[in-house]
Design a protein around this ligand. Structure first.
Ligand code: ZN
Length: 218
């Protein structure tokens, strides 16, 4: 079973992937996490990735594709949830091709939809600890003492990329990048839309309903 999660910033893709990992034993593949691991291990791949990230450039498709294929080789036939991948059409094509050769496939793509209003509400209420990086949310994960981190008592700040003008720009970029992918998976008939505004428990229950209905292949 392989699934892909799509959703705008603030849709909680990462949270859903973590729930699938904890409760259902999925491997959570996030390109960002993988980049950080490879860099920390100082592998040759890690060095290539670091070169692009340090320059503020996108890591080219062929490198990301290589990373994902290595991961899939090491994890044949396992349950995997992709979070933040694929990001481009060439990545999506090559993922399908690679899986096909191995008699595997993407079983489901879930698109967590969120209104622009809700994205802005969620992201502008995010606060981050200046010291330890712990994340809070003024709507649903408030710190015990206003403005201070529960873990280390340091000041909580709003990141520049959580400010409204920046969020609007991030939403535009997200739609521009993601719409071709949505279209691609929709044509393959394995895209399911979930109303993210209804909250994380609802989103998770919808995902589970679909994958459990898949039958013995699951
Ligand atoms: Zn802290």
């Amino acid at each position: 079973m392989k699934i892909i999660l799509f959703g705008p910033p603030g849709s909680g893709k990462g949270t859903q992937a973590e729930l699938l990992k904890e409760k259902e034993g999925f491997l959570h593949f996030s390109t960002g996490d993988f980049f950080r691991q490879e860099i920390a291990k100082e592998t040759s791949l890690g060095k290539k990735v670091q070169y692009y990230l340090e320059k503020g450039l996108l890591v080219p498709d062929e490198i990301v594709i290589e990373i994902v294929e290595n991961f899939l080789k090491e994890n044949y036939n396992k349950k995997i949830v992709f979070d933040g991948y694929p990001r481009t059409l060439p990545q999506a094509f090559s993922l399908d091709q690679f899986l096909l050769q191995r008699n595997e496939k993407i079983n489901f793509c879930f698109l967590i939809e969120l209104s622009e209003e809700e994205i802005i509400k969620r992201l502008t209420s995010r606060r981050v600890c200046k010291n330890c990086g712990a994340i809070y949310n003024l709507n649903f994960k408030k710190p015990k003492i206003e403005g201070l981190c529960d873990l280390c008592n340091s000041e909580l700040i709003q990141r520049d990329d959580d400010k409204e003008e920046v969020i609007k720009e991030r939403i535009n970029i997200y739609y521009k990048d993601t719409l071709p992918l949505i279209d691609y998976y929709e044509k393959k008939n394995n895209l399911y839309r979930i109303k993210g505004d209804l909250g994380k428990d609802y989103v998770y229950s919808e995902i589970i309903k679909k994958i459990k209905n898949y039958g013995n292949l699951y």
